[in-house]
Every structure is written in C-alpha cells, then in structure tokens.
Design a protein around this ligand. Sequence first.
Ligand code: CU
Ligand code: ZN
Length: 181
Amino acid sequence: MKKTFFILSLALILMSTQLLFAQHDSTMHQRSSIKHALAVITPTKGNSVHGIVTFEEADKGVRIIAHLTGLTPGKHGFHIHEFGNISSDDGSSAGGHFNPMGMPHSMPMSEKRHAGDMGNVEADASGNAHLDYIDSVMKLNGHNSIIGHAVIVHEKEDDFKTQPTGNAGARVGYGVIGIAK
Ligand code: CU
Ligand code: ZN
C-alpha cells in the first residue's frame, strides 16, 4: 500500500514538472519569435481606402512597408493607435496614438515620439500611396510590442506639432496588426 502511494506521488510530481516546463517553453517562444506582422487596411464608413501594411524585423528596428489605394491625393497621417478595436464605423474605437512610453506626439525620425508615430503616407494623383522605411523606435516583441494594436490612416496630413494627434483629422482607413508568417 505504501509503495503504491509512493509511486503514485512520484508520477504526479513528474507530470506537474513537465506541465510547468511546457508552459514556460510556449511563453518564451511566443515572446521572442515574432519576425513579421501585418495589417489589412479597410475603409471606415464613407471612405474607400484599402491596403496592406507589413512590419518586418530588421537590423536597426522594424521595416515598415505600406501599399494603399483609394486615398485622396496628398499626405495622410499614418499611425498605430492604442486599441486593436475597429468595430466603430469611424475608427474612434481604436483610441489615441499608441504611446507606451508616455512621450509627446512627433515625427517618425524623432526619438521622443509616440511609438505609433509613422508620419505620413503620400498619395499620388491616382490615390495610391507607397511607404517603405525602417523604424528604430517600434518593437515587434516584448512589453511595447505593436501586435494587437491598430493602424489608422487619416484624412489629412500630420503636422508633427499638434498634441497629441498631429491634427490629421478623421480616420479614413483602419486595420489590426496581427502576427504574420
Ligand atoms: Cu492617427
Ligand atoms: Zn502620435
């Protein structure tokens, strides 16, 4: 009887340590391995912006490539906003600019800026915009990861001055940033 109890206890201990290790492994894996992320941009109500924004781990930060169509010609504020919630017609459910470090609004090349400040995209006469740059503030992994937040495309140009929005006007397109292969 004693022996059976001993063997049973041993089995239980072994099982629980294995479970602990398995959990630890999967957490570590998720937190350190995101190399690509992607947001599919769809229009807010009354607008026609469509596109894809990709985020890719690079040597000196995150390489951001955006292809957008259906814009009015000219510059449009382009940011990551706090919440990956695009359930509202006007994009307001995405909240304000993603700002985990408590910084002022600024331009992408500035060190003191919202993590979500990607500046402007500029559309040509046909309404197409293309952006490709390496962002040294943004993170794909860790506490300040952009995963699960939202990309917002604005009606107007970001002036890099007005706090905390850049005075970029209405939200014309939005998409949630997800993990990509
Ligand atoms: Cu914005
Ligand atoms: Zn900002």
